[in-house]
Design a protein around this ligand. Structure first.
Ligand code: SF4
Ligand code: SF4
Length: 204
C-alpha cells in the first residue's frame, strides 16, 4: 500500500512542500487569469465562423462536367458514391455512324459514411467535383444525409472561386507545352547568302 501523504498534497490543502493552502492559491490564480483574459467563445449560430478558404464542408457536383467515368466511385475508400447511367446515341453531322455518350441517371453521395478524405475530388479528371465550405446540413434522420445529384448540384453555388494565380509561381505545364510547340512549329530563319563576288572566307 502506498503512503497517503505522498499523494494528498494539493487535494488536502497541503502542497508537496507542506505549505498549507498553496494548492488553493494556485487554483485561484488560474481562475483569476482566466477571468481577466479575453473570451474566445464564438457566438455561433448568431455569428457565422470565419472558415479557411479551403475548408471541407460538403461535396458539390457539376453535372455537366461528369462523363460517368466511375473513377470517383471506384477510388472512394468508403464506397459511399453511387452512380448509375445509360448510353445514348448522338447523331454527328457528317459522321458515318452516330456516337454514343453516357448519360448520368444517378449520382448520390452518402455523407453519413463519407470521411471527407477528398480522394473523389482529386481523382476526378473532368473537374466535376468540388469542395464547398458549407457545413450546415445536419439532419434529424440519418437517411437524409444521402444527397442526390440535384442536391449535390445545388452546392455548386457555394463553391468559392479558385485562388488567384501566384505571379511568382511556375507557369502552368499547359502553357509551357504550348510555348514549346509554337517554337517548334515556327519556320527557321533563312540562311544568309554571300554577296556575289564576295570573298567566301570573309564571312568566317
Ligand atoms: S470524400 Fe472520400 S469518403 Fe467522401 S465521398 Fe469522397 S472519396 Fe468517398
Ligand atoms: S470521376 Fe468525375 S467524371 Fe468520373 S464519374 Fe466521378 S464525378 Fe463523374
Amino acid at each position: 500500500m502506498s503512503d497517503p501523504s505522498e499523494h494528498g498534497g494539493a487535494a488536502g490543502g497541503t502542497s508537496e512542500r507542506g505549505l498549507p493552502g498553496a494548492g488553493l492559491v494556485k487554483g485561484l490564480a488560474v481562475t483569476l487569469k482566466t477571468m481577466t483574459s479575453r473570451s474566445t467563445t464564438q457566438q455561433y449560430p448568431d455569428v457565422a465562423p470565419e472558415l479557411p478558404p479551403r475548408s471541407r464542408g460538403v461535396i458539390a457536383l457539376s453535372e455537366e462536367n461528369c462523363t460517368v467515368c466511375m473513377l470517383c466511385a471506384r477510388e472512394c475508400p468508403d464506397w459511399c458514391i453511387y452512380i448509375d447511367s445509360h448510353k445514348e446515341e448522338v447523331a454527328v453531322p457528317g459522321a458515318a455512324r452516330p456516337r454514343q455518350r453516357n448519360v448520368l441517371d444517378k449520382f448520390d453521395i452518402d455523407f453519413s459514411l463519407c470521411m471527407y478524405c477528398g480522394i473523389c475530388i482529386e481523382v476526378c479528371p473532368f473537374d466535376a467535383l468540388y469542395w464547398s465550405p458549407e457545413f450546415e446540413y445536419a439532419e434529424y434522420d440519418i437517411k437524409d444525409l444521402l444527397h442526390d445529384k440535384d442536391h449535390l448540384g445545388q452546392w455548386m453555388a457555394t463553391v468559392p472561386p479558385p485562388p488567384a494565380h501566384d505571379p511568382n509561381g511556375e507557369p502552368a505545364k499547359e502553357e509551357t507545352a504550348a510555348a514549346r510547340k509554337a517554337a517548334a512549329a515556327r519556320p527557321a530563319p533563312p540562311a544568309v547568302r554571300p554577296e556575289p563576288g564576295a570573298d567566301p572566307g570573309a564571312a568566317s
